[in-house]
Design a protein around this ligand. Structure first.
Ligand code: FNR
Length: 379
């Protein structure tokens, strides 16, 4: 019998059963002690919503705008690397689910399906996430490819100049394509759906890199290239350079500090995302929801402030909105959906979050999310 899925946790448990350990762990992990990773979720629980009654709750809408784009709710799919390893052709499936639901999909630089693959299988523009690599010619070409594919916003990630350490990835020997140790092979054999999917696709490497980056010819050179390319010298001048080269909507991701938020706003970018990379970089940083209010206070009237990290329900989206986040991104919730049920699982994750958001907003006495303010929170 098909399992009854009622919440994101149900999708997580199903994904854990269906996705090989190496890739499930890659998604469901944070850096070092995972303190920040856990705090991202836990800190939402400390924020309480104010229930109202005897208010007309008919005719509701959660639709708003993110960087001028109408969205069904203030939720976008976060850029996540190796998504095509959670499920064959994962980026294409997630992009299609997002498009049908009316929320933005963001393709990571480190995706399995390429920009061109996703563009060929979707009808609406998606967003592209950029990492600044040492090879600036490669970056220029990536920006041009994103433009050519019709991407409607560029999301520049600023918090991965160097890479945090995730213990599970080291222990599992994570790589793409997967390193076929005996333990990994045995584990994969217990995931027949996943294996069948992978046999049915040719997309198993980093689609944006292979055939595009200099010196990348086989899995070994690809892994070496990936390890060496994140640029530790990234500066605000690079942000200006990317902005000029791109020329369209620009979103800066990975801001956790009010001073950095002021510098981000000064670049003239359209939005910034309060994010600690889902607890995968600086372990010991505050949760994103804890960092949000100070950043909204500092720059909220100059630039759209969004957040990500730990959003696992529509109630979380509502709380973030009430604290001033004009958008949220979800990473793991959609990855769990994808690993559990493919495209239908991503749709399910979006449906769950939307329903929770819609009903919780009504319980707080509102019918239009755009009218909701901080007064729905218990102080
Ligand atoms: C990420 N994240 C990320 N961010 C980014 O800018 N580029 C990337 O390629 C990736 N890759 C990536 C892989 C995986 C498996 C995860 C879980 C996350 C971070 C991501 O965009 C987002 O900030 C977090 O996932 C948000 O936290 P939640 O929703 O996963 O709790």
């Amino acid at each position: 019998m098909a399992p009854v899925i009622t919440c994101i946790e149900d999708l997580r448990q199903l994904a854990q059963r269906r996705v090989p350990r190496m890739f499930y762990d890659y998604a469901d992990s944070g850096s070092w002690t995972e303190t920040t990773y856990r705090a991202n979720e836990a800190d939402f629980q400390n924020i309480k919503l104010r229930q109202r009654v005897a208010v007309n709750m008919e005719h509701r809408s959660t639709a708003v705008e993110m960087v001028g784009q109408r969205v069904a709710m203030p939720v976008a799919l976060a850029p996540t690397g190796l998504t095509g390893m959670q499920h064959a052709d994962g980026e294409i499936l997630a992009a299609r689910a997002a498009e049908a639901f009316g929320v933005p999909f963001t393709l990571s630089t480190m995706s399995i399906c390429s920009i061109e693959d996703v563009a060929a299988h979707t009808t609406q523009p998606f967003w592209f996430q950029l990492y600044v690599m040492r090879d600036r010619e490669f970056i220029e070409r990536l920006i041009d490819r994103a433009k050519l594919a019709g991407c409607s916003a560029l999301m520049l990630t600023l918090d991965l100049q160097i890479v945090g350490q995730r213990h599970k990835d080291l222990k599992n020997g994570l790589s793409a394509p997967p390193r076929l140790t005996l333990a990994n092979l045995v584990n994969m054999m217990t995931k027949p759906r996943w294996c069948l999917g992978m046999l049915g696709t040719t997309r198993r490497g980093f689609g944006n890199v292979v055939g595009h980056a200099k010196g990348v010819s086989d899995p070994a050179s690809l892994m070496r290239w990936t390890g060496e390319q994140f640029d530790p010298r990234l500066s605000w001048a690079d942000v200006e350079w990317v902005k000029r080269r791109w020329g369209g909507k620009l979103i800066l991701k990975g801001i956790m500090d009010a001073e950095d938020a002021r510098l981000a706003a000064q670049t003239g970018a359209d939005a910034l995302i309060v994010s600690n990379h889902g607890g995968r970089q600086l372990d010991g940083a505050p949760s994103s929801i804890e960092a949000l209010p100070a950043i909204v206070d500092a720059v909220g009237s100059h630039i759209e402030v969004w957040m990500d990290g730990g959003v696992r329900s529509g109630q979380d989206v509502l709380k973030a909105w009430a604290l001033g986040a004009r958008g949220t991104l979800i990473g793991r919730p959609f990855l769990y959906g994808l690993g559990a049920l493919g495209q239908a699982g991503v749709t399910k994750a979006l449906e769950i979050i939307h329903k929770e958001l819609d009903l919780s907003m009504a319980f707080c006495g509102h019918t239009q999310l755009s009218h909701v303010g901080a007064d729905i929170l218990v102080r």
